[in-house]
Design a protein around this ligand. Structure first.
Ligand SMILES: NC(=O)c1ccc[n+]([C@@H]2O[C@H](COP(=O)([O-])OP(=O)(O)OC[C@H]3O[C@@H](n4cnc5c(N)ncnc54)[C@H](O)[C@@H]3O)[C@@H](O)[C@H]2O)c1
Length: 258
């Protein structure tokens, strides 16, 4: 119940999906949560659901001045920032020769530049405190390539690399930085039509755990890295993917799904 007791946490993309589940869990564990998102109605509704433990702040993560405003408001209200979860992202499908430059740049601006701006703006506060934890939500697609997602894959490999670079610099100041690599998780992003879990699971028969993940399963990993329990985890990458990144099966040979 108190794994984040009195800690101040900013969660980007916190209005829905994994981000929202992370906000709920952080609030349950005693944190003051700032739900930062472009979705105002969903973000306000979640803040009401969480009562005094949370507030919604409109933030487009690709906007440097919006970050500056959010960080100064947060420091003014709470005096500190203990946790930053860079979770906001968008997914755009398109073959590599069809994907427009505009779409490619938009994905990079939100997923990668947004993460950079979050770190860049929050890190000075954490450095002053000589403490803090930054958790960057990358993806299994930051560990491997996949067709029709060139922009997304590039952004998520970028987030993984940025995590390593930030870990080297910020660790010297007591600030931990780690990345999480979810596999398929049942949210609007991966299941925009709202298909049933049973239906979605049919597409996961070549993943060792043979099912889609629940947002709470990623939120619990994020909680661990955000909390002091992970005091020696730094510059690491944690897969939460049912084994998706572990490898692939030779069909028909021993150990493969039938
Ligand atoms: N769902 C999956 O299968 C899956 C798998 C691997 C990684 N991820 C990653 O997990 C994270 C959460 O994804 P999700 O599945 O909950 O998706 P989601 O689409 O449900 O939520 C993403 C959130 O980010 C917000 N957002 C988008 N652009 C923004 C911007 N410019 N500024 C601020 N907020 C913005 C959206 O409004 C939304 O609330 C993302 O980083 C995603 O890439 C998801």
């Amino acid at each position: 119940m108190n794994r984040l007791h009195n800690k101040v946490a900013i969660v980007t993309g916190g209005a829905r999906g994994m981000g929202a589940q992370t906000c709920r869990l952080f609030a349950q564990e005693g944190a003051h949560v700032i739900i930062a998102d472009v979705l105002e109605a969903e973000g306000e509704a979640l803040a009401r659901e969480l009562g005094g433990a949370a507030r919604f702040c409109k933030l487009d993560v690709s906007d440097q001045s919006a970050w500056e405003a959010l960080v100064s408001e947060t420091v003014e209200a709470f005096g500190r920032i203990d946790v930053l979860v860079n979770n906001a992202a968008v997914l755009v499908f398109g073959g590599i020769t069809e994907l427009s430059k505009r779409d490619f740049e938009r994905v990079i601006a939100i997923n990668l530049v947004g993460t950079f701006l979050g770190i860049r703006t929050v890190a000075p506060v954490m450095k002053r405190q000589q403490a803090g934890s930054i958790v960057n939500i990358s993806s299994v697609d930051g560990l491997r390539g996949v067709n029709a997602l060139a922009a997304y894959v590039s952004s998520k490999w970028g987030v993984r690399g940025l995590t390593k670079a930030a870990a080297l610099e910020l660790g010297l100041h007591g600030v931990r930085v780690n990345s999480i690599h979810p596999g398929g998780v049942n949210t609007v992003m991966s299941n925009p039509t709202g298909a049933s879990v049973e239906e979605v699971n049919k597409g996961y028969q070549n993943v060792p755990l043979q099912r889609v993940g629940h947002p709470d399963e990623v939120a619990r990993a994020t909680l661990f890295l955000a909390s002091d329990e992970a005091s020696y985890c730094h510059g690491s990458e944690l897969s939460v993917d049912g084994g998706m990144a572990a490898g692939s099966y030779y069909p028909g040979l021993p150990g493969a799904p039938s």
